[in-house]
Design a protein around this ligand. Structure first.
Ligand SMILES: NC(=O)c1ccc[n+]([C@@H]2O[C@H](COP(=O)([O-])OP(=O)(O)OC[C@H]3O[C@@H](n4cnc5c(N)ncnc54)[C@H](OP(=O)(O)O)[C@@H]3O)[C@@H](O)[C@H]2O)c1
Length: 262
């Protein structure tokens, strides 16, 4: 019944689209006449203030996942990459509760689609965004959702649960990367003991973020220094899977998962 509630929205928008697969310098085109999407049932339209570039965007730009996207009917070009939403709601579709209103600053992760967030406006499910805390800039907020939600899914796959994480020993391989920096902080906030590996430039950063043990993977073998972990999550190099399994404690309840794309 109700149509969308909206601020003034242009019918076309700027977007950085991919017209064929390949290297970034060859395939991105900034257009000024991409159609502005409209929010459907349960969706909101966000005027983007910032977004992120994650490894998956670079892979998809090169053609990774094309078969899967074909199966999902999302393979045709042009393609708009990007998952992280960070901006202001400008229109609310039917069926969205008054938790979200035009003018609200929000952030979140858009599910995989061919209409991503490298655009002035994007449509996202209302359930996939939350209000942006005032303490976070739009750029800071854009760096968090997709990386953290992916890493959190891997931690859950390994067996970690927020309610029982306190006191658990968690190993995060690659703590200085996009997924690592936020995951270290959340595991620490949940009361876990966190060990991680990082290159020389990232060791101090991981310590500052609260990691209890940081191993420089370029000069040391973490498997010689760490043992008896409840959970291990691969955030960088799957070639080290055996070593990650070797530092887990014996017995039920321990687990390993990987986030790395093959
Ligand atoms: N970001 C996402 O949203 C997302 C989502 C799903 C899956 N993934 C996958 O998850 C993996 C990590 O993503 P990311 O965004 O965190 O990548 P990233 O920002 O590129 O970070 C990777 C980090 O791993 C470190 N590293 C590389 N080899 C290492 C090793 N052997 N041991 C310890 N650290 C090592 C690098 O440190 P140095 O530079 O010092 O070597 C770098 O800081 C990728 O395979 C990606 O495809 C990412």
């Amino acid at each position: 019944m109700s149509s969308s509630t909206a601020l003034m929205i242009p019918t076309s928008m700027r977007a950085a689209q991919v017209n064929r697969f390949g290297e970034a310098r060859d395939v991105f085109e900034v257009v000024h006449n991409a159609p502005t999407p409209s929010p459907g049932e349960g969706e909101v339209l966000v005027r983007q203030r910032a977004t992120s570039v994650n490894p998956i965007d670079c892979r998809r730009r090169g053609g990774y996942g094309k078969k899967l996207m074909e199966l999902r009917g999302m393979a045709d070009l042009p393609l708009l990459l990007g998952n992280d939403v960070s901006g202001d709601i400008v229109a609310v579709g039917p069926g969205v509760s008054d938790r979200l209103l035009p003018g609200d600053a929000v952030f979140g992760a858009k599910r995989p689609s061919k209409e991503g967030t490298y655009a002035e406006y994007c449509v996202v499910k209302a359930d996939d965004v939350v209000h942006k805390p005032a303490a976070l800039s739009y750029a800071q907020a854009a760096a968090l959702p997709y990386a953290f939600l992916s890493a959190w899914a891997a931690l859950r796959d390994a067996g970690l649960q927020a309610t029982t994480a306190a006191g658990k020993r968690v190993f995060l391989q690659g703590g200085s990367g996009g997924t690592g920096v936020v995951t270290i902080q959340v595991c620490k906030a949940l009361g876990a003991h966190v060990a991680t590996t990082a290159g020389p430039a990232g060791v101090e950063l991981c310590r500052d973020l609260g990691a209890d043990e940081v191993v420089n993977y370029r000069t040391q073998d973490f498997a010689e220094h760490l043992s008896d972990f409840d959970f291990a999550v691969c955030l960088a190099d799957q070639g080290e899977e055996k070593k990650m399994l070797s530092i887990l404690r014996d017995g039920p309840g321990s687990g390993y998962a990987t986030l790395c794309t093959p």
